[in-house]
Design a protein around this ligand. Structure first.
Ligand code: ZN
Ligand code: ZN
Ligand code: ZN
Length: 268
């Protein structure tokens, strides 16, 4: 079964242009259509007439308008940082038309952040009447955790994000590992035979909680997917100049970029 993956956002937590910055990349990012314009990181998967979202950052509303997103069937969360969860409230209108409650999937640590920040949504009594109609499912962090959604299997891939271990996801022949400074050895077998690997590559210089360009290239060479895309990108990397310096099978993602891949074997 074929799936389409859309990068809703390819930027780091401060986005590009970064407020108060006048560097060449941020300046170019003000130009309409600039590939240096990067909103907060998130991807949308479309397959089997369903839409599955990974993360809801502060730019979710704007991203959903841009991509004309009319329906949503599930949301998976990677971790509880602001640039991945703060757009949850903007799911509201999409949940009103949903049959039942819109399922959200998150591990305990992430679910606790979502429940704390959006406390009014999950209140048992005196619930705010137009709050999001969502149900938060807790995903275990045990090895080999997966969840089946609409014919696609989402395998949790633990990745190191500074001092935390958070969730990446593999779905069919693609994997999305945003916000990672390293990939633990135990996760490598989950990343074999990939057509598409999406990795965090924040900037050129090393960073305590995000992989940098050289390190991500090294990881691609180790994991050997057919193609790799870098995301969670800061204003340190100019889109065209960086792409020109990368091997052909590695590209910087950009907002709105679409890829197709196989999410599940055809059923007979
Ligand atoms: Zn992030
Ligand atoms: Zn800048
Ligand atoms: Zn993070």
């Amino acid at each position: 079964m074929q799936a389409t993956l859309t990068f809703l956002g390819s930027g780091t937590s401060m986005a590009v242009p970064t407020l108060g910055c006048t560097c060449a990349v941020c300046t170019d990012a003000h130009r309409p259509g600039s590939r240096n314009r990067r909103t907060r990181p998130s991807i949308l998967l479309a397959y089997n007439n369903r839409h599955v979202l990974i993360d809801t950052g502060q730019d979710f509303h704007h991203q959903a308008v841009r991509e004309n997103l009319q329906r949503l069937d599930a949301v998976l969360y990677t971790h509880g940082h602001a640039d991945h969860v703060l757009g949850m409230d903007d799911l509201r209108p999409l949940t009103f038309g949903h049959r039942g409650e819109l399922p959200l999937y998150a591990d305990d640590a992430t679910a606790e952040v979502i429940e704390r920040v959006f406390e009014y949504t999950f209140r048992k009594v005196d619930r705010y009447p137009t709050s999001a109609r969502v149900v938060l499912h807790r995903l275990p962090t045990a090895p080999d955790t997966f969840i089946d959604l609409f014919g696609g299997r989402f395998l949790r891939v633990p990745v190191t994000h500074g001092r935390d271990t958070i969730a990446g996801y593999r779905f069919g022949s693609a994997a999305y590992l945003t916000d990672m400074s390293d990939i633990p050895e135990e996760s490598l077998p989950l990343l074999e035979n990939l057509d598409i690997l999406i990795l965090d590559a924040l900037r050129r210089a090393p960073h305590p909680s995000h992989s940098h360009l050289d390190k991500s290239i090294e990881l691609v060479n180790k994991i050997k997917p057919k193609r790799a895309y870098f995301t969670h990108i800061s204003h340190d990397l100019d889109h065209d100049a960086t792409n020109a310096s990368l091997p052909d099978d590695i590209r910087l993602a950009h907002d709105g970029l679409q890829l197709t891949f196989e999410i599940a074997p055809e059923q007979n």
